[in-house]
Design a binder for this molecule. Sequence first.
Ligand SMILES: Cc1ncc(COP(=O)(O)O)c(C=O)c1O
Length: 418
Amino acid sequence: MVIEANQPKLVPDWKSLRKDFPILDQQVHGKTLIYFDNAATTQKPRAVIDTLKNYYERDNANVHRGIHELSNRATTAFEAARQRAAKFINAASPEEIVFTRGTTEAINLVAQAWGGANIQRGDRIVLTEMEHHSNIVPWQLLAERTGAQLVFVPINGDQGMLDLGRLDEWLINNVRLLALTHISNSLGTINPVAEFCDRARRQGIVTLVDAAQSAGHRPIDVQQIGCDFLALSGHKMCGPTGIGVLYGRAEMLERMPPWQGGGEMILNVDFHRSTWKSAPHRFEAGTPDISGVIGLHAAMDYLDAIGRKNIAHHDQELGAYAYEALLRLNGVRLFGPRIGRAGLVSFLLKNIHAHDVVTVADQWGVALRGGHHCNQPLMKKLGVESTARASFYFYNTTVEIDRFVEVVKEIQKFFGVS
Ligand SMILES: Cc1ncc(COP(=O)(O)O)c(C=O)c1O
């Protein structure tokens, strides 16, 4: 899905936004830092850093339990963040927002609580070949426990696209769940998740969208996507590490049993049995990451002040610019679609190991990532062990990409493969 219609009118001043990120203003190995590892985690603006500092300096207390002023303040801020998260993804109500440690924990929650109650021997769970390990392994664990079967929708080689037209071939015979990523962290493919969910829903199949790479990069509207579940990670969208969101449609969450037991999630506890709160508190056992939730609120405010439509346009410009620049070099193998890609490029330079590319790039001050990117099955499908990846965010510039391409040329020269 390429964002084309309704070009945003107010284009942000990207250069001055960059100043909001103190960490970017530094030298690494004597060179100006170019941070191109945003798909792993994004940097944090001063607004988020200050929010965390203020919370610990003024309001820190445990939530939901106390009656004193600080506890009331912390609880109010915590629940305000839930409302903010609902607005951020256009959930119908804050009760559809469960705070988790991140995308991984959100998917594990669904696999254990929903999967444990609904999946049986002979059922099929449909994933795609481009899924991150966190959208594969929880389903493998569930399949091992229940005797269900995993099925993978294939990609079309290095272009890394799924064939929506053939999806119905996979949605047959006892398929109970379709779980897929919105944006591939290795390929930069942007999947038309609304269309995928629509096809599944028409056959009564439950849907989960992994929005780890998309939530901070483009507008997300869970009602328009029509998914039953959606997972996101705060740290990939300017928020703190260790906090994320599971969106679950109210009627799904209400019917799910708890997945972890402890304080906060109960109504009444006896020596031999307990009763649960309603969703979302039923799924939030123990003291939550209160500062993380409050920091995430600040991140969502920050991103929406810029406008996620603006960010999506900027991402696509940077992604296309980098892809075309690398395409002009000799001996570069590029992964993912040429048109309509997200703001990242995955590549290989002939037989140079991706780790070597990243190690040399680091000496030039360019932070890349090399490896399987938690996509080992995808790498096997592509017939490679790993790729090097440059992933961008709105504070990155085409000037940095020009510099990165010069560094790639230096690496080719260094290894004698240009
Ligand atoms: C597509 C995708 N899904 C899930 C995850 C897991 O996110 P987290 O480690 O924040 O739980 C990632 C992280 O890189 C990702 O890129």
